[in-house]
Design a protein around this ligand. Structure first.
Ligand SMILES: [Zn+2]
Length: 151
């Protein structure tokens, strides 16, 4: 669960209550101290993504799917696995319970999922998303991935 303001995965629950069929949790980000609300069940609503330049655009599931498909080009990843990944990302974004989320939160959530799905797809996506300006950044990212391997 990432903070919708800064993207940090570290938050604490300050209040929990059931609301209809859902469990609502008030959380406070441990990084930026902003408070936000999360819901256990997936609530379908209009979700706007706040872009880097401040403009809003409607969250586009198809665009997300296409982006991940591109990152997985020529990789041994089934379309079913990509569908599952998109569904998990979508669920996490809606579960934030916010009408708007920063593009950074979307990007970080996608990267979290791609890291588990396929390392090459992850680096491809990260290179576009983070706009790596030099090879050192890319090397650092790859070294980090390799160091994280358990076998
Ligand atoms: Zn935060």
């Amino acid at each position: 669960m990432r903070c919708p303001y800064c993207g940090s995965p570290r938050s604490r629950v300050v209040d929990t209550r059931s609301v209809g069929a859902a469990i609502r949790r008030r959380r406070q980000c441990r990084e930026c101290a902003q408070r936000f609300t999360t819901y256990e069940r997936v609530a379908k609503m209009n979700l706007l993504v706040v872009k880097r330049d401040g403009r809003r655009e409607e969250f586009d599931r198809q665009k997300l799917f296409d982006g991940i498909l591109n990152a997985c080009a020529k990789r041994p990843v089934s379309s079913e696995a990509i569908e599952d990944t998109v569904a998990r990302i979508e669920m996490q974004l809606y579960a934030l319970g916010q009408a708007e989320v920063s593009y950074r939160v979307v990007g970080e959530t996608v990267m979290d999922e791609l890291r588990n799905l396929d390392e090459v797809a992850y680096v491809r996506f990260a290179s576009v998303y983070r706009h790596f300006t030099d090879l050192e950044d890319m090397k650092h990212e790859v070294d980090g991935l390799l160091a994280g391997r358990t076998s």
